[in-house]
Design a protein around this ligand. Structure first.
Ligand SMILES: [Zn+2]
Length: 175
């Protein structure tokens, strides 16, 4: 790493430490030429590929802004939104890919948002999935109703959601 002060071509790492739960590494470097110190930050690049093909860096701030908009007037606090955005980032990073299509980021938001607030979920889904008729809302609401009644009838959440997942997968391959 080139020294930002004297432009010397090399520098020495004197200290490295992880920050933000290991998402980034900060390195303290020293220039052997001028003796000054500077810091570099190392972070795995995660790019979001938009429908237009343009890529932009993944931004948790953008997730928060989008979800906050959907939650306007709803009893959802900032902490819950921040936590959701963190979950979304974890989900997206867990894919292990350096480039994520923007629709996958949207999907990663929808799932936890449904659990957070159903009205906010509908608002977000209506924009994200480009609902253009009442029928789209009706289908989504029917699906929400089916899911919430499924959860209340079966006390054990794990097996129920597994069954749902299986059914969804079977429908997908049939259709
Ligand atoms: Zn230097």
């Amino acid at each position: 790493m080139r020294c930002p002060y004297c432009r010397h071509a090399d520098s020495r790492v004197v200290d490295s430490r992880e920050a933000e739960d290991g998402q980034i590494i900060r390195r303290r470097r020293s220039c052997p030429e001028c003796g000054r110190r500077f810091t570099t930050v190392e972070e795995a690049v995660l790019a979001v590929v938009k429908r237009s093909g343009v890529t932009e860096p993944f931004s948790r701030t953008k997730i928060v802004a989008g979800v906050r908009k959907a939650c306007q007037g709803r009893p959802v606090d900032e902490d819950a939104i921040a936590l959701l955005a963190q979950k979304v980032e974890e989900t997206v990073r867990a894919r292990g890919s350096a480039e994520i299509p923007s629709h996958e980021v949207g999907l990663a938001i929808l799932e936890p948002l449904r659990h957070l607030d159903e009205v906010a979920y509908l608002r977000f889904a209506s924009v994200y999935r480009s609902f253009d008729s009442l029928g789209d809302f009706e289908r989504e609401i029917a699906s929400l109703r089916a899911q919430s009644s499924g959860q209340s009838s079966g006390q054990s959440g794990g097996p129920v959601s597994k069954t749902n997942g299986y059914v969804a997968a079977a429908n997908g391959s049939a259709g």
